[in-house]
Design a protein around this ligand. Structure first.
Ligand code: SF4
Ligand code: SF4
Length: 288
């Protein structure tokens, strides 16, 4: 089963949920945590994995042989990302805008474009106390998160429970990380901002046809509008975590919730069981 952990907005407690769920479930069988929040991966801060493998992630960017180039401009025309500018006697490539789609080299009539790998980040893997751990890291200044997320997801095991920590928001990296999941847990907080971004996140996972449920974090901080929305939209609230200075204190010291307060392990196992029930129900034909 692949469970992705997402949130419409940052700072809602996604990392807290991903790490504590992984630590709770590991007693039930093999578990793998993929940190796909590649712009700011921080599960490692809590799980402190021993990294045993590190690989550069590259994308192919064009390199022009100006001996062959006739400055016809076709490559600039086909590039949807304005990564090429052609002048009467010169051509400029902007690698930071290139998405590595290969269209320019494919369409160049003079075969003047070759491709060279440009490093945009790394994929690292290792182990942490019974958890298989993989994370992606986007290099500073790079904007292309999806290729790194794809590389991290390629490491997903078919024999383990896979938990994917997704970046906040609803943009391309989120879609890339969430797609293919059996279930998406949306972590939110009961505030107007939390609700606004939750609505967008629910729309995204519904478009991907992935069942979802809610973890309501910092319960007690705001109003009841998130609960009313979930009731109206028939989205289950699967776990409620109260606003609690002890929990916040653990988080600020890089300690997972289930390690700092082991009584929470039962709650996370209950959450896992509820997700399993929803996924099984759906698998047997009951669409939510
Ligand atoms: S399509 Fe090829 S020949 Fe035309 S401007 Fe681009 S690199 Fe040069
Ligand atoms: S590989 Fe794609 S994105 Fe990059 S410059 Fe060529 S057409 Fe543009």
């Amino acid at each position: 089963m692949i469970i992705s952990i997402a949130s419409g907005k940052g700072g809602t407690g996604k990392t807290l949920v991903a790490t504590s769920l992984a630590l709770s479930v590991k007693g039930r069988g093999k578990v793998q945590l993929l940190d796909c929040d590649v712009e700011e991966p921080n599960d490692h801060v809590f799980l402190k994995p021993a990294i045993t493998r590190s690989e550069a992630v590259t994308i192919p960017v064009p390199k022009v042989d100006e001996e062959k180039c006739t400055y016809c401009g076709e490559c600039a025309e086909v590039c949807a990302y304005n990564a090429i500018a052609v002048f009467p006697k010169h051509i400029l490539i902007f690698p930071e805008l290139c998405h590595g789609c290969g269209a320019c080299s494919y369409l160049c009539p003079e075969e003047a474009i070759s491709e060279e790998g440009k490093e945009i980040g790394v994929m690292e893997s290792g182990y942490s106390d019974g958890i298989d751990f993989v994370q992606g890291k986007l290099s500073i200044g790079e904007a292309m998160a999806p290729p790194i997320i794809r590389r991290v997801k390629e490491q997903a095991s078919h024999e383990e429970t896979v938990i994917i920590d997704v970046s906040p928001g609803t943009s391309c990296p989120v879609v890339e990380a969430v797609k293919g999941s059996d279930f998406c847990l949306l972590v939110t907080e009961p505030t107007p901002f939390g609700l606004n971004d939750l609505v967008l996140a629910v729309e995204t996972v519904r478009r991907l046809d992935i069942p979802c449920g809610i973890v309501l974090n910092r319960a007690g901080v705001g109003d009841r509008k998130v609960e009313e929305y979930c009731l109206k939209e028939n989205i289950p609230i699967l776990l409620t975590i109260p606003l609690d200075t002890e929990i916040a204190g653990l988080y600020s010291r890089g300690i997972t919730l289930v390690e700092g307060m082991p009584q929470w392990k039962e709650n996370f196992l209950g959450l896992f069981d509820k997700i399993g029930e929803i996924v099984n129900e759906r698998g047997s034909g009951t669409k939510r």
